[in-house]
Design a protein around this ligand. Structure first.
Ligand code: FO1
Length: 342
């Protein structure tokens, strides 16, 4: 492992790379694990948690800028998310969406809830007034005390598109309209090669005691973050430990349709294929450790042979306690024991 231990009486600096729905469950677990392990007098954590969130599934719709992963992260950390549906706000209504449909505006398969629309309108207004994406995310995140710092991966618009036999379409059309059933021939994020990390992202990675890869989609959630020039290099060079959590258990995605995305880039939907895809830092890759599920324990040997520590742990995040236990295990794998626990 490359470092990972900061000799300080304060809590650690933790950076998480994450997508939306699965990523936000994990980040809620990280915040709670940090609260329990490094409590402060105010009921929070002495750890400094920075989340670098995917903006590759952002889109323009009906004149509004939507950032599904940013919003899923904010809503989940604020406790105002719709936990049954997995996206959007709890207690949502759809009066405006019904009107939009009557006007033939937007996408009939993509519902904009009334409360959610408040965020899209606020964001679009601020962007139109000249604010950067980083500033807008900061303003949105300041509404509730989230206990983390939220950064977009980049200030540049780099919306993901999917190539299929029916042509090229926005990622959200492929994901929500076609439920990822149209075989994807590839993904494209125009502009990403010319983009730059959001201000503060590379510095956060360089200062981190631990970098965590949330169990998010490796292709369309963490893939875009790592494709922003400078981010993967900053992870490779980071002095802190880098620990990933497998989004695949026993050959199936924990949630979502990650298998369809993995197939498009020629990867099997297995925990070891994704671990090898990220690779061991010892061999020029990105990770020091890769948490895999108990169901995949037999894969640990192959991962360790490739230079990746592969701790085995229950990976299902059913509630706050299981998400917290998973995050605690990921932090434990980073060997942060030098940080005082109280
Ligand atoms: N997902 C759906 O399956 N159907 C929807 O109508 C839908 C609307 C929607 C509106 C705003 C938003 O921020 C997210 C929304 N999502 C919807 C979720 C989203 O499409 C994806 O789950 C994520 O982008 C993938 O991480």
């Amino acid at each position: 492992m490359t470092g990972g231990v900061a000799d300080t009486s304060d809590g650690p600096r933790i950076v998480v790379l994450a997508g939306g729905v699965g990523g936000s469950k994990f980040v809620v677990g990280v915040r709670e694990a940090a609260r329990r392990r490094w409590p402060d007098a105010a009921g929070g954590a002495r750890a400094e948690i920075t989340v670098i969130v995917n903006t590759g599934d952002d889109l323009w719709l009906s004149g509004l800028r939507l950032q599904p992963d940013v919003d899923s992260m904010i809503y989940a950390l604020a406790g105002v998310n719709d936990t049954a549906r997995g996206w959007g706000r709890a207690g949502e209504s759809e009066r405006v969406a019904t009107e939009l449909q009557a006007w033939g505006a937007g996408w009939p398969w993509f519902t904009l809830g009334d409360l959610d629309l408040g965020a899209h309108i606020a964001r679009t207004g601020w962007l139109r007034d000249g604010a950067s994406v980083t500033e807008v995310v900061d303003r949105l995140a300041s509404r509730w005390p989230l206990g983390i710092r939220l950064l977009p991966m980049t200030d540049t618009e780099v919306d993901t598109h999917v190539f299929t036999a029916q042509g090229r379409m926005h990622f959200q059309e492929w994901w929500t309209r076609h439920r990822a059933t149209l075989p994807a021939q590839g993904f494209d994020a125009p502009g990403i090669a010319q983009s730059a990390p959001a201000p503060g992202a590379v510095d956060a990675l360089a200062a981190a005691d631990v970098i965590l890869f949330a169990p998010s989609n490796p292709v369309v959630s963490l893939g875009p973050i790592l494709s922003v020039p400078g981010i993967a290099d900053a992870v490779r060079a980071a002095p802190g430990a880098v620990v990933g959590v497998s989004p695949i258990i026993a050959g199936a995605p924990v949630r979502g349709m990650a298998d369809a995305c993995l197939a498009a880039i020629g990867l099997a939907a297995t925990a070891d294929a994704v671990g090898h895809h990220y690779g061991a830092r010892a061999a020029g890759g990105l990770l020091d450790a890769w948490l895999i599920a108990e169901e995949d324990a037999s894969l640990a040997g192959g991962l360790e042979a490739a230079g990746l520590r592969a701790p085995v742990h229950p990976l299902w995040m059913r509630d706050l306690d299981t998400a917290t236990a998973l995050a605690a295990e990921a932090l434990h794998s980073a060997e942060l024991d030098a940080h005082q626990t109280s």
